[in-house]
Ligand binder design. Structure first.
Ligand code: 3H9
Length: 687
């Protein structure tokens, strides 16, 4: 018997127990174990019913994602599930933890389902650009109806055990610590009643009701079109559910298989699977093992009650940390506390938390006017204006007031952390925590590791990110760190293209078509031209627009006009400014199709990413992908710039950069790493 399979016989009930850490994914070893367990118990005449359960932290969390794209080893999941559903002995799933994807589909093949009351279950394949390919698209609608099934599978969010019981997804709940006994009792009851074996394949009541609603699917597609844009999986899920409603079960399963393979072979799913593993890799720092433990953080401090400080205080307090929020400007502090109150109360009004939770979150933030109030904090995050002298003087003071061992963090977005750390007597405790605005919402946290930052400080910051439910990306010290630095060339290129005769709306359209939620000029108009265009000494399109009082959406329009009664439109006034500056710079107009425009905009990003890697600023290429997906909404189904570059072909990227360098110089010369990988046929994803 393999190590991961245990068979326990209790009276005439046989239990198959699979334990394959971390999450009992249904890889080949687990499938073999299950298959062997089933064969053994089905052949054993003394066994009258079978319970399938898992050891460790969870029921099966789905197919083994790492196996996708490789040749399938037998027994495949379908073969194991067929053995379950064709069993003439009742098979009962006993779920705990998270029963997901193929794991939940396995449960849907069992005759009965039991769940721990703390369990959650669902079909999250959509997040991997896939659909539930082991019968889920045909079985779920037979229990919950097409509409709910669509919602669960295109949304991918698991449901908690109580809701699962209400929906009829499980037959009974049990306290988590007595699930095994409950499953045994349940099985005994089934046998005692000589209950029939329910077969979902035969159930038609829900889908017959759905057949009477011919508009169901077109209405669903219409309602969700915006949310699904660019993602092929939701459409294939919808088609599979349509098949469940309109075709006999076996034909529906065939349709599901076709639609699954289509997705499995799509670049979008490859990208989303890359991102799944990439997100989980970011917290792994080479050279730092499990023996480095985080420092306890029981109280925190934030310096600066501006937009960033407020967002950081909200993020910390939402995660349960007490926060001392210090600002010497009492009016600014008052205003910020008011906004914090409004934000928390607003979240409660929208049902995201209870009124009591909102009050408790507000109460965790203590305002103060003096740095000395940080004396008891385990972590202080500075979020003041980006000025080196100011930050250095603050860190000198913080060093004096903070207790020994307390971490001192800067939220700087581009200043040299090592110079800030150098003014303290504890540079090993100084770290960068670069939040993205709004800090309470954006999911990225860049953790900047200074030259002297200790491993303990780094591990503590990684733990903090996890508690804040943010994705950490570790960065070395450089101007702009990873996300801002890698993304800056796209803006520079967009600015250049409009001087070469390309309309801002065309630049934006190409970015939207690629999958960004907004183009660069739409984003600037939203944020405010005065906020982005700080470099006022140079005469640029942006500085001219600001000079004319065109600050974006908030004032007089920017690159676009914003009429009160019509959608935003390209602005003739902005175009006149662009034409004037273009004439002064004397740049020749370009004639590029959409693909040419896209390459001009994105290849410099890839190049900067490659330099970031070469300099050792990022730990791995996939961290750059995660940073741009989480920090700049890079479309997840493109996998981030580095993954996209691999898919596009590094030779094409290098050729584009070479052509740009030929007319514009060294700055566009492809990074050595890109040239080498293109020559050797290597991939950035392997770096
Ligand atoms: C599917 O089922 C297709 C079928 O419909 C059809 C088939 C024909 N495979 O997230 P964590 C690893 S598609 C391989 O940090 P948590 C993960 O990489 C699948 N590995 O833990 C990590 O490894 P490492 C549908 C997996 O407690 C470790 O486990 N299922 C898988 O925060 C711990 O993961 C899903 O999409 C997997 N399926 O969250 C569920 N799952 O330690 C995907 C995890 O080396 N998984 N790993 O970095 C999850 O959502 C979360 O992992 C889970 C645990 C909620 C389970």
């Amino acid at each position: 018997m393999s190590d991961l399979l245990q068979i326990e016989t209790r009276g005439d009930i046989g239990h198959i127990v699979i334990t394959s850490p971390p999450v009992n994914a249904l890889g080949i070893a687990v499938r073999e174990g299950l298959d062997k367990g089933l064969r053994t118990l089905l052949d054993d005449n003394a066994v009258k019913a079978i319970v399938i359960r898992c050891g460790g932290r969870t029921f099966f969390a789905g197919a083994d994602i790492g196996e996708f794209g490789k040749p399938v080893q037998q027994p495949d999941l379908h073969a194991v599930l067929a053995r379950i559903e064709n069993s003439n002995k009742p098979v009962i799933a006993a779920m705990h933890g998270t029963a997901l994807g193929g794991g939940f589909e396995l449960a849907l093949h069992c005759h009965y389902r039991l769940a721990a009351d703390t369990a959650a279950m669902g079909l999250p394949e959509v997040h991997l650009g896939l659909l539930p390919g082991a019968g889920g698209t045909q079985r779920l609608p037979r229990i919950v109806g097409a509409e709910m099934a669509l919602e669960m599978m295109t949304g991918g969010r698991p449901v908690g055990a109580p809701q699962a019981l209400e929906l009829g997804l499980v037959d009974r709940l049990a306290p988590a610590d007595t699930l095994v006994e409950a499953a045994q009792t349940f099985a005994e009851e089934i046998l005692a009643k000589n209950a029939p074996l329910p077969d979902l394949r035969q159930r038609t009541d829900r889908i017959e009701a759905d057949r009477k609603e011919p508009d169901l699917f077109s209405a669903y597609r219409k309602a969700k079109a915006r949310r699904f844009k660019g993602f092929p999986a939701p459409e294939n899920i919808t088609r599979a559910v349509e098949a469940a409603v309109s075709l006999p079960y076996e034909q529906g399963i065939e349709r599901e298989a076709e639609l699954f393979v289509e997705l499995l072979e799509s670049p979008e799913s490859a990208a989303q699977r890359h991102v799944f593993f990439a997100e989980r890799a970011t917290a792994k720092v080479p050279g730092i093992g499990r023996d480095t433990t985080p420092q306890p953080l029981s109280s925190t401090g934030v310096l600066g009650a501006g937009t960033m400080g407020r967002g950081i205080a909200l993020a910390l307090s939402a995660a349960g940390y007490p926060v001392t929020l210090v600002d010497s400007n009492s009016q600014a502090l008052e205003r910020t506390l008011g906004i914090i109150r409004k934000t928390c109360e607003g979240a409660a009004a929208k049902g995201r938390m209870t009124a009591e939770q909102a009050e408790a979150q507000i109460a965790r933030i203590t305002p103060a006017s003096d740095l000395s109030e940080f004396a008891g904090c385990d972590l202080v995050i500075e979020a003041v204006f980006e000025d080196m002298d100011l930050k250095q003087s603050i860190f000198e003071k913080l060093d004096g007031v903070a207790k020994p061992g307390a971490l001192l963090a800067s939220n700087t977005s581009f200043l040299d952390l090592d110079r800030i750390a150098a003014v303290t007597k504890r540079p090993e405790d100084v770290i960068g925590l670069h939040f993205f605005s709004p800090a309470n919402i954006m999911p990225l946290l860049e953790i900047v590791r200074g030259e002297k930052t200790s491993d303990t400080a780094l591990v503590t910051a990684l733990g903090l990110a996890k508690r804040l439910r943010k994705t950490p990306v570790v960065s070395g010290v450089c101007d702009g760190f990873i996300a801002n630095r890698a993304m800056a060339p796209r803006m520079a290129e967009a600015d250049r293209l409009i001087l070469e005769g390309v309309a801002p709306a065309d630049v934006d359209r190409v970015c939207l078509d690629y999958g960004f939620p907004m183009g660069p000029f739409q984003m600037i108009d939203l944020v405010g031209l005065d906020v982005i265009g700080r470099n006022a000494n140079e005469k640029t399109v942006r500085s001219e627009l600001v000079r004319q009082g065109r600050l974006g959406q908030k004032q007089n329009g920017g690159y676009y006009d914003y009429p009160a009664d019509a959608p935003p439109a390209p602005s003739p006034a902005a175009q006149a400014v662009i034409n004037e500056i273009a004439a002064e710079t004397g740049l020749a107009p370009v004639d590029l199709d959409d693909d040419g425009l896209l390459m001009r905009l994105l290849c410099p990003v890839v190049n900067e990413g490659a330099r970031i890697l070469e300099e050792g600023i990022a730990l791995r290429a996939s961290d750059i992908d995660v940073a741009l997906i989480k920090g700049y909404n890079w479309p997840v189904y493109r996998g981030g710039p580095m993954f996209w570059a691999d898919q596009t072909g590094l030779d094409r990227i290098v050729a584009t950069l070479d052509a740009m360098a030929a007319t514009r110089g060294e700055a566009f010369k492809p990074a050595e790493l890109l040239v080498r990988l293109a020559r050797e046929g290597g991939l950035l994803a392997e770096q």
